[in-house]
Design a protein around this ligand. Structure first.
Ligand SMILES: Nc1nc2c(ncn2[C@@H]2O[C@H](COP(=O)(O)OP(=O)(O)OP(=O)(O)O)[C@@H](O)[C@H]2O)c(=O)[nH]1
Ligand SMILES: [Mg+2]
Length: 185
């Protein structure tokens, strides 16, 4: 009986599982790799600055996420566009506790989403490090001029990648985008 159930599960998964590609970008030190590791269920307590990119595949429910995490240092930012072109959603991470980085974070975000090849791709802005006392979601929203962004779905969550706060909400959002993509086909 158990084997029959397993076989049925496999058949069901083969028919109903979907792959979704997403790209995580944002300035260096904003917490992208920590987020990636948290979603992948890997110890996220220590990371080193990303040289180039990381990629992880993670299955959540019926969706297989293929997640690209691109280095945020200036020398890697020219890669962002290429990795975003084929993705279903762009996840942009901001260090909400580092006000000094907001000007650069805004410029890079708006530069990226102005690329014609990325038109219409849903954007999830994550104000990370909400565990730090002075981190402010509202300040991030204002500093990133989020209300100026048009022509795509935009959502904003306050998270702590380190403490796993609101990461489930991020996954639900991503799953909804994967579902939307399937419905459009
Ligand atoms: N307090 C706090 N620290 C965090 C959080 N997320 C990440 N960090 C810390 O921020 C630092 C940078 O995190 P990374 O995930 O390596 O940052 P990154 O965006 O991948 O950086 P690059 O690879 O250089 O682009 C590390 O010391 C993390 O532990 C968070 O939610 N809260
Ligand atoms: Mg990194």
């Amino acid at each position: 009986m158990f084997l029959v159930q397993k076989l049925l599960d496999r058949i069901r998964n083969a028919f109903f599982s979907q792959e979704m590609e997403l790209t995580i970008v944002g300035l260096q030190n904003s917490g992208k790799t920590t987020l990636l590791q948290q979603i992948a269920g890997i110890d996220a307590s220590s990371t080193i600055p990303t040289v180039g990119f990381n990629m992880k595949k993670v299955k959540k429910g019926k969706v297989q996420f293929k997640m690209w995490d691109i280095g945020g240092q200036p020398r890697f930012r020219s890669m962002w566009e290429r990795y975003c072109e084929t993705c279903t959603a762009i996840v942009y991470v901001v260090d909400a506790a580092d006000g000094a980085s907001f000007v650069d974070a805004k410029r890079e975000l708006h530069d990226l989403i102005s690329k014609p090849g990325l038109a219409g791709i849903p954007l999830l802005l994550l104000a990370n490090k909400n565990d730090v006392e002075h981190a402010s979601n509202e300040e991030v929203i204002e500093a990133m001029s989020m209300t100026e962004i048009q022509g795509r779905r935009v959502d904003i969550f306050s998270i702590s990648a380190k403490n796993n706060d609101n990461i489930e909400k991020v996954l639900q959002w991503l799953t909804a985008q994967a579902q939307g993509k399937k419905n459009k086909k």
